[in-house]
Design a protein around this ligand. Sequence first.
Ligand SMILES: [Mg+2]
Length: 262
Amino acid sequence: MEINWKNKIKAVILDMDGVLWRVNEPIGNLPEIFEKMRSAGLKVLLATNNSTRTPEQYQDKLTQFGVSVSLEQIITAGMATSFLLEKRYPPNGKVYILGSDALKLTLQQAGFVYAEQDVFAVVVGLTRIINYEMFSRGALLINAGADFIGTNPDVALPAPEGLLPGTGALLAFIEAATGKKPLLAGKPYPTMMEMALKRLEVSPQEVLVIGDRLTTDIAFGQNAGCATGLVLSGVTTLSEAENWKPEIDLIDKDLESLLDQL
Ligand SMILES: [Mg+2]
């Protein structure tokens, strides 16, 4: 990348967990960090692979940390999935959803209708409420010709008690049962990037993608030709970050220090 790439950056796409906070603990002085980005003229978009919360819930969480963002600035994996479905199926299309209430709400708001037969697609996102019968229905519908769609690929979910099974683990269950691979919407896949660039009204070369996970956040930016920044305040160590190929543009201990490099 040429030496003056930093001058081209007009927007940042930020991951949230591990970048802005750990569970309920903010990382750094968030109001000050957001004010710095605002005064630098940077457009800010928040993008998460979590499909279990609505944008309104993220907006509320940020408000509690003293940061005010508009709903337009938040994209979840559930919304990227909705964007993917809108491109493929007619309005009011029927879909079977194995996922959270937030995912169901997001797809319903986009006009899709939850159904248990004659569906265009089986949509799978993270949910803590799932049983054999629901998995079976999903598998049977896919075997009968419905598309298999997943919100995000993350196999593990960091939690205070350790790593819990993530969306990717639920997808693997159905993949094993059907022999089909899911089409995915969240990071690092292009659907979420397409949605983000549309919101930001910038080109990929004008974007810095910042996150704490290599295979989702960093690959997400690199796949699209964006600049990338890795913060060490989340799940990745410095040596893992330094060994990642292609090379990451910026690596720093946290978001505040990383933005100071711009
Ligand atoms: Mg993260």
